[in-house]
Design a binder for this molecule. Structure first.
Ligand code: ATP
Ligand code: MG
Length: 418
């Protein structure tokens, strides 16, 4: 289980000459516009409380001017707060002295910029090694490490080129290699992929996810783009006018937007692509464990539905229907359950996107079993639940978790087989 690596508490930022003097207006609840009109000060952030988990990609989203850059620049103290605390790994960064702060910036965090931020007159290799040079690593070692990271991001062979000889995507890979080479635990990525064209951008997203699976960095990723946020984020924090309006898992943002502002963001999202089976399935399923036809029928009759999943010590075996079991029982009242008794072989994977499993789930007579790679039954997904999630009105309805809680696990309609 992960733990918060960065913790922001009661953070306020008022930009202007005398921010402290006017903070009382912020606390009195005046709006950003009112404060600007009255004092000429801009409210950058208001009462931000946020935990960033270690080893995850945390996305920060919001319209232009909502405070995203201001927030993450507090993390490495490029900006000082007007009020509040920023704890990084338990250290209050506001209390660091100049020397400590320099150490902290060089070793703890590195930044990837929107416009790549490369030095034009230095080679790709020198650019990638730049953060290491700043850390005081000897040139030979810095170059060796930079070569490795360039290799990792797919730029092996480009070491002696200059930034202008590279495409946008390649330049951004140099920026990424430079940030990764410093071995900093935390990567701050402010609109890092926004300047790239869609195809390259999507490649970079894939690469970041792939790297993250290996490296387990803590990545704070700012974006305007919800699709990008959904693709990358373990959590998504949404800012509006300097306030945090929602900080949630992506599926909760999609299914339960906290405010109209968030809803406007998520309205046009292709849910079938953005959500996977696991986030919308019903985890409770009725399992038949008996190995005999009579035993299975007895379990089935005691259950409210007319289908169930046969599960043994070896995991999920197949779907049984009451009708099928009644017939099998009539033919052979003392027989064992075998493959021929299973109604259907359809099964879906928990990590599949909804769009991948749409046809087989919509056409199935019963909810389809969700089975993981180990062959274990994880839950079920019904045609109705799927249709509900994919219908445009469903954000007004209950969340996936609430739906699960509302569904009764069993029913007492018990009867013995004849
Ligand atoms: N140095 C500054 N002085 C005065 N106001 C500032 C300063 N930096 C930011 N602001 C104001 O703070 C608010 C938040 O700005 P910020 O740059 O954090 O927004 P953002 O969400 O990163 O926007 P974008 O998506 O356009 O990058 C804005 O209203 C901006 O005008
Ligand atoms: Mg910004």
């Amino acid at each position: 289980m992960s733990e918060p690596l960065i913790e922001v508490q009661g953070l306020y930022k008022l930009f202007g000459n005398e921010p402290k003097k006017h903070m009382h207006l912020v606390h009195e609840g005046l709006s950003k516009d009112e404060i600007l009109a009255k004092t000429g000060h801009t409210l950058g952030l208001k009462d931000i409380n946020l935990k960033i988990q270690k080893g995850e990609i945390s996305v920060i989203m919001g319209l232009s001017g909502s405070g995203k850059s201001t927030l993450i620049r507090h993390f490495n103290r490029l900006i000082d707060p007007t009020e509040g605390q920023i704890l990084v790994d338990g250290t209050d960064v506001v209390n660091l002295n100049q020397a400590e702060l320099e150490q902290f910036r060089r070793h703890k965090m590195s930044m990837v910029f929107q416009r790549f931020g490369l030095l034009p007159h230095r080679t790709v290799l020198d650019n990638a090694a730049f953060g290491l040079s700043v850390q005081g690593v000897r040139k030979k070692e810095a170059h060796e490490r930079a070569v490795e990271w360039l290799e990792t991001v797919g730029l092996g062979g480009y070491e002696n080129q200059y930034p202008s000889q590279l495409s946008g995507g390649q330049q951004q890979r140099v920026g990424l290699a430079r940030a990764l080479a410093t071995n900093a635990e935390i990567l701050l990525m402010d609109e890092a992929f926004s300047a790239l064209d869609p195809l390259i951008r999507s490649e970079m997203q894939d690469q970041l996810v792939e790297l993250q699976e290996k490296l387990h960095k803590t990545i704070i990723f700012i974006t305007h783009d919800l699709d990008e946020a959904l693709r990358l984020g373990s959590t998504i924090a949404i800012l509006k006018d300097g306030e945090l309006v929602q900080d949630d898992k992506p599926e909760e943002i999609l299914l339960n937007p906290a405010t109209e502002y968030v809803e406007a963001f998520v309205r046009d999202v292709n849910r079938a692509r953005a959500l996977n089976v696991e986030t919308v399935m019903q985890p409770q399923t009725f399992r038949i464990t008996s190995e005999t036809i009579a035993g299975a029928l007895k379990q089935m009759r005691a259950h409210k539905d007319d289908y169930a999943f046969h599960v043994t010590d070896d995991g999920y075996q197949g779907t049984l229907t009451q009708e099928g079991l009644e017939e099998a029982y009539e033919e052979n009242a003392t027989g064992k359950l075998t493959e021929e008794h299973y109604d259907d072989v359809t099964q879906i994977a928990p990590d599949a996107a909804l769009e991948e499993i749409l046809p087989e789930t919509i056409s199935a007579d019963h909810p389809v079993p969700v089975v993981n790679e180990e062959g274990e039954l994880q839950g079920e997904l019904s045609r109705d639940a799927l249709a509900e999630i994919l219908s445009p009105e469903s954000s007004d309805n209950m969340s996936a978790t609430e739906q699960v809680d509302a569904k009764e696990p069993t029913d007492k309609k018990s009867a013995e087989p004849a």
